[in-house]
Design a protein around this ligand. Structure first.
Ligand code: NAI
Length: 246
């Protein structure tokens, strides 16, 4: 029970990496709040959390909507009394080559992956500051460090997340709040289901461990970073990519 009685909010927790993290955290004793704009998937994940005996809540929230983020954070505090962990996991892609990318594609990816992270952290930080403790974990990507063809918007957000992570690690560290990011490689979820098989095969070939990642691989990294075992780790970006980028 590495997270016994900790209260964790996981954005985009209905599916993929977020869902796997919610289930793992629940098995480790956490009270889990999932926020996601996919209502049906959110309710299904909530049922799975309850089936393993977890105290859990689901809020239908779009992380780009500051008012509903604030309401979700207040409801969590009211129900569980505190917030120990925030995982800014919600994210989207909308790929196109630079010369073909529309302003709408740019704006929507920035809104979710960058401003959404800012919105959620700004809503949770005052509660963590009052407690004098907390952990904030952000979803970056190998693409935020190394770039990728067709992902101008996505790469900008994931590099931006690293900038926010390091800024908050400095700003909040003295107040007992640790902030870190993970940078996953290619993880098998709905998001990568859109990537052509040819590219996935190429990535697998390039990965020293010889396989693509699973949501569980990233969930395990979040668990470590959220736990007290990582109590002196702050402002870091942990690659979870099978060695793809070495
Ligand atoms: P996914 O598409 O399987 O799940 C994302 C979840 O976020 C979904 O449940 C979706 O409904 C939710 N979501 C999307 N926009 C939202 C919004 N505006 N408000 C609330 N919820 C929203 O994606 P996956 O693969 O699990 O990715 C999770 C995070 O990890 C993302 O930030 C992604 O960029 C990042 N990541 C994923 C990689 C991969 O290969 N799958 C690699 C590197 C990073």
């Amino acid at each position: 029970m590495r997270l016994k009685d900790k209260v964790a909010i996981i954005t985009g927790g209905a599916k993929g990496i977020g869902k796997e993290t919610a289930l793992l955290f629940a098995r480790e004793g956490a009270k889990v709040v999932i926020c996601d704009f996919d209502e049906e998937a959110g309710h299904n994940t909530l049922e799975e959390l309850k089936a393993i005996g977890a105290a859990a809540l689901f809020f239908k929230v779009d992380v780009t909507d500051r008012a509903s983020v604030q309401a979700m954070v207040e409801a969590t505090k009211k129900e569980f009394g505190r917030i120990d962990i925030l995982i800014n996991n919600a994210g989207i892609t909308s790929d196109a080559l630079l010369t073909k990318m529309t302003e709408e594609q740019w704006d929507k990816v920035i809104a979710v992956n960058l401003k959404g992270v800012f919105n959620c952290t700004q809503a949770v930080a005052p509660i963590m500051l009052e407690q004098g403790s907390g952990v904030i974990l952000n979803a970056s990507s190998v693409v935020g460090v190394y770039g990728n063809i067709g992902q101008t918007n996505y790469a900008a957000t994931k590099a931006g997340v690293i900038g926010m992570t390091k800024s908050w690690a400095k700003e909040l560290g003295r107040k007992g709040i640790r902030v870190n990011a993970v940078a996953p490689g290619f993880i098998l979820t709905d998001m990568t289901a859109k990537v052509p098989q040819k590219i996935l095969d190429m990535m697998k070939e390039k990965t020293p461990l010889g396989r693509l990642g699973l949501p569980q691989d990233v969930a395990a990294a979040y668990l470590f970073l959220a736990s007290d075992e990582a109590s002196y780790i702050n402002g870091q970006v942990l690659g979870v990519d099978g060695g793809l980028m070495i």
